[in-house]
Design a binder for this molecule. Sequence first.
Ligand SMILES: N[C@@H](CCC(=O)N[C@@H](CS)C(=O)NCC(=O)O)C(=O)O
Length: 206
Amino acid sequence: MQLISLPVSPFAARVRIAIRAKDLAVEIVPPPPGWPHDRGFRDISPTGRVPVLILDDGEVVGESAVILEFLEEMFPERPLLPSHPLDRARVRTLIRHADLYLMPPMAGLAGPYEDREGRKLVGQLVDALEVLEGLLGDEGEDLTLADCALAPVLFAAEVTGRRLGLDLVGSLPTVAAYQARIGEDERVAAVLTEMSEGLRTLVQAT
Ligand SMILES: N[C@@H](CCC(=O)N[C@@H](CS)C(=O)NCC(=O)O)C(=O)O
């Protein structure tokens, strides 16, 4: 299998954590030159987005949350979903929260924006982090798909906050404690290091 991935992408990073956790033989490759508009890449990923998982028979699975579920179903030996349906629902709620409420304002703040729009995006991000503070707290010891998704998102929130001169995570004790705990997992730590190194390379190139 191959994963088309970018080091800094929080969506790709979540899949790389799951790949490490499941100890899968997946080649990590960058998108082709010309990404995201390259026509050949659009044949593989109609939205032009990464990550994309390419199976050995050429079949393609896109959308990071779908890739996580696909890997879980294909390779259940090292589970990243708890056994009880309610616990599974909790995990999926956290991933939905990351995708619907945390990532969109951060994506907006990564690009150019007017002052008023910037204030609105920061407000949305702060609200979403406060909701996360209430959602977290009952996690077990075992790594889950939610941890795979949230660790890169919280890394991105820290980077976003630093750029804006705001301590977005440090003021939320449950989120901060959770971030510190999952950061100690060696599979998570390895991918967060890849994100840091990718970010450094990007900053040097601009
Ligand atoms: N919903 C997608 C989002 C993926 C995404 O937005 N990836 C970004 C990189 S972090 C991308 O490919 N952007 C290219 C573009 O916006 O054209 C997923 O979960 O996989």
